[in-house]
Design a protein around this ligand. Structure first.
Ligand code: KIV
Ligand code: ZN
Length: 388
């Protein structure tokens, strides 16, 4: 694999499902997994096999159905979890066991009630156990964002020696700041002697709204797998949004120098599928997939886009699955956009005077309504013509 390729690991069906109220049935998870495969997601984390019989069945069904993506199940660093994950994945074309243990002082002291050396011992045992059942093993240092760098170096070196081939550095509570998270990634890659034997991964939560920025900063520092979810679904404020990561990498390839294999034209339909299944609406101003992501209302912007699309657009709407960009008719719209929309509707006014009269009526109406629809335009134009 080229060192410039970023592996896209989607965890909508695992971390995304951990959003309160977002749990999904096996059938719903299968539909989403098929959409992710169609989009050419590299790794699909299908669930947490030990969590419930339903989740086990969902991971198993996805592992048996999806052929082109690697299917992954999460497991704590416990034999029972790892065995359950392996069982669910046994018929996968390409399966991965993802095992994790917390590495921050606060988690080790209060949650695990373990000494740091015991945590390393348990991590090594878990990775070895997973490797005895599956060739592809990922190890995560939970709460790495608040862990000490020296301890991270020790546990990661040991996990790689035990057979982990992906090392994930989660910012579990969304506490990191881009330059600092990038520096952690850079130091890990530099200081861990066997770092070249593993792909380093990021998994960022969005508690401070920095999940995408932190992920990209870590990619610049050398991470080559990004864990993310459709629409940024996930625990609390969610995870890094897949659509934002992928389009940032595609749009700013000049600066980031990396690429993904994602077929971006399937992004919008997948976003809508996930929103429909979970019942989590997508906010209108959400990047890439929100209803306003490619909509222009201001007259200055509309005029610019009509003259040259790139004056106010950095991506093509069609590249992520929209039919086209959209000129929204409202009180900020200008005469050029008004005329262009009338032409699209097949309305040709006899002359400039009629256009001016219709435009004046449109502005009056726009002061009273949030958005002017095509039916409003048709009605006001026929009123204008009827008055003459
Ligand atoms: O946020 C997190 O730390 C996780 C791990 C289990 C990878 O989701
Ligand atoms: Zn997470």
């Amino acid at each position: 694999m080229s060192n410039d390729r970023v592996i896209i690991f989607d965890t909508t069906l695992r971390d995304g499902e951990q959003s309160p109220g977002a749990s999904m049935t096996k059938e719903e998870k299968l539909r989403i997994a098929k959409a992710l495969e169609r989009m050419r997601v590299d790794v699909i984390e299908a669930g947490f096999a030990i969590a419930s019989p339903g989740d086990f069945e969902a991971v198993k069904a996805i592992a048996e159905t999806i052929k082109d993506s690697t299917i992954c199940s999460l497991s704590r660093a416990l034999d029972g979890d790892i065995e359950r994950a392996a069982e669910a994945l046994k018929n996968a074309n390409s399966g991965r066991i993802h095992t994790f243990i917390a590495t921050s002082p606060i988690h080790m002291q209060y949650k695990l009630r373990m000494q740091p050396d015991q945590v390393i011992e348990q991590a090594v045992r878990a990775v070895k156990k997973a490797r005895s059942l599956c060739a592809d093993v990922e190890f995560s240092c939970e709460d790495a964002g608040r862990s000490e760098i020296d301890f991270l170096c020790r546990i990661i070196e040991a996990a790689i020696d035990a057979g982990a081939r992906t090392i994930n550095i989660p910012d579990t509570v969304g506490y990191s700041i881009p330059h600092q998270y990038a520096e952690t990634m850079r130091q890990l890659l530099e200081r861990i002697p066997n770092a070249d034997k593993a792909v380093f991964s990021v998994h960022c939560h969005n508690d401070l709204g920095l999940a995408v920025a932190n992920s990209l900063a870590a990619v610049v520092a050398g991470a080559r797998q990004v864990e993310c979810t459709i629409n940024g679904l996930g625990e609390r404020a969610g995870n890094a949004a897949l659509e934002e990561i992928v389009m940032a990498i595609k749009t700013r390839q000049d600066l980031l120098g990396v690429y993904t294999n994602i077929e971006t034209e399937h992004i919008l339909s997948t976003s809508r599928l996930v929103s429909g299944i979970t019942g989590f609406p997508v906010q209108p101003n959400k990047a890439i997939v929100g209803a306003n992501a490619f909509a222009h209302e201001s007259g200055i912007h509309q005029d610019g886009v009509l003259k040259h699309r790139e004056t106010y657009e950095i991506m093509r709407a069609q590249d992520v699955g929209w039919n086209a960009n959209k000129m929204v008719m409202g009180k900020h719209s200008g005469r050029n956009a008004f005329r262009a929309r009338l032409e699209e509707l097949g309305i040709v006014l006899p002359g400039e005077a009629e256009l001016n009269a219709a435009f004046a009526r449109f502005k009056e109406l726009a002061d009273k309504k949030h958005e002017i629809f095509d039916e409003d335009l048709q009605a006001l134009v026929s009123d204008s013509l009827g008055e003459e």
